[in-house]
Write a protein that binds this ligand. Sequence first.
Ligand SMILES: NC(=O)c1ccc[n+]([C@@H]2O[C@H](COP(=O)([O-])OP(=O)(O)OC[C@H]3O[C@@H](n4cnc5c(N)ncnc54)[C@H](OP(=O)(O)O)[C@@H]3O)[C@@H](O)[C@H]2O)c1
Length: 242
Amino acid sequence: MYKFDKGPILVTGASGGIGGATVRHLTEAGAEVIANGRNAEALAELAQATGCRTLPFDLQSEDEIRGALEGLDVYGVVNCGGWGGEIATPMDTDIDVFDKVMSINARGALLVTKYASRAMIDAGRGGVFVNVSSQASLVGLKGHISYGSSKAALDNITRVSALELGKYGIRVNSVNPTVVMTPMSAWYWGRPEIEKPFLETMPLGRWASEDEIAGPIVFLLSDAASMISGITLPIDGGFTAV
Ligand SMILES: NC(=O)c1ccc[n+]([C@@H]2O[C@H](COP(=O)([O-])OP(=O)(O)OC[C@H]3O[C@@H](n4cnc5c(N)ncnc54)[C@H](OP(=O)(O)O)[C@@H]3O)[C@@H](O)[C@H]2O)c1
C-alpha cells in the first residue's frame, strides 16, 4: 500500500472521468486531495463522496491559476484537466480550436506547473507532478492534429520540467493513455467504423477503464516511483509498441 503523508495533492480535471477516479484512488490510499475543475456541482459531489477539498479555477486563465496556487501548500499535482477539441486534418483544422486545445492542455498545465512548483520549492520538501498526456502524443493518429500536438507539447513540458526541477527533489512524469470511454472520447472512438480497426491493431484489443489510468498515476505519485522522472508512460494496451 502506498503512503501519502508528505502534503496535499492537487488534481485538475477532477470533475471529469479520469480525474475523478484518481481522486477516489488517492483518498482511499489516505492522501489529502485538492480537486479542481470548473463544474462546482460535480466537484461538490466528489467532495461529499471522498472527503477531498475543492479548488475551482479555469485552466485558460493565468490570473485564476496564480490566485488559486500562490501560497498553496501542495506536495503533488496531477495535471489531468483537458479538452478533446475536434477531429480534423491539417488541411481542414479550425485554428481557433487548435488555439483552445493548446491553451487548456499545454498552456494550462504549464501554468499550474509554474505556480505549484514555486510553492513546492519554497516548502523545500520535494514534490511530484504527473501530467495526463495521451497515446496521441507518441504516434500520429488520424484526425488528431490539434489534440496530438497539445499532448506532444505537454510531454515536452514534462521532460524540461523534470530537468529543471530535479535538483529540488521534484519528479515530473507523463502518463499516455489509450481511449477511456468518457464523454470526451465516446462520440468519436465509440463509432464501430473507428473502434473496430483500431482495436484490431492493439495487442490487448480493448479500451482502458478510468481505474486502469488512475492506478499508474497513483504509482507515479508515490515513493514507489522515487527514481522515475521525465518519462512518458504508455497505458495503451501495447498499441504504441507494435
Ligand atoms: N478519455 C480518453 O479517452 C483519454 C485518453 C487519453 C488521455 N485523456 C486525457 O485525460 C484527461 C482527462 O480526460 P477525461 O477523459 O477524464 O475527460 P472529461 O471527463 O471530459 O474531463 C475533462 C476534465 O477537464 C476539465 N477541464 C476542461 N477544460 C477546463 C478548463 N478550461 N479549466 C478547468 N478545467 C477544465 C473538466 O472540468 P469542468 O468540466 O469542471 O470544466 C473535466 O474535469 C484529459 O487531459 C484528456 O486529454 C483522455
